[in-house]
Design a protein around this ligand. Structure first.
Ligand code: SF4
Length: 129
């Protein structure tokens, strides 16, 4: 791959802001959205994160260890009020990252929604497990 190829690779971020803490729960882009909930480190660990995981999705990010908030409440608001199409969670293999999965699953339960749901785990050497 040439430097030019890398420069021309487009961002796949579909909205702003992308932090779970900052995203407005009633934003119109959630309508019929495939939502990706990504632990912060995953985007740095997995090369090609935009193309492989973010493309055609609404991406929300956070770190369940370092952010001093509970994501469950915000995600419950989003899942309860928005006609989401699917949810994918992407986490690192390390134990501290389990919190993002737990928060998402609790929020889905709180919202009473049954949606296509997937968990992807990335290893510390940047592979999909
Ligand atoms: S919980 Fe740990 S691995 Fe996951 S995003 Fe935070 S620091 Fe990274």
């Amino acid at each position: 791959m040439t430097a030019k190829d890398l420069e021309e690779r487009p961002s796949r971020l579909g909205q702003w802001p992308c932090q779970i803490q900052l995203v407005p729960p009633h934003a119109p882009y959630f309508e019929n959205a495939d939502v990706l909930i990504a632990a912060d480190c995953t985007a740095y660990a997995y090369a090609g994160f935009h193309e492989k995981f973010m493309k055609n999705k609404i991406t929300l990010i956070g770190c369940p260890k370092l952010d001093a908030v509970q994501y469950e409440e915000k995600l419950t608001q989003i899942f309860s009020t928005q006609p989401i199409k699917s949810v994918t969670v992407i986490r690192m293999e390390v134990p501290c990252c389990a919190g993002i999965v737990k928060a998402t699953e609790k929020a889905l339960l709180n919202a009473g929604k049954i949606l296509p749901y997937k968990i992807i785990t990335i290893s510390v050497d940047g592979n999909i497990l």
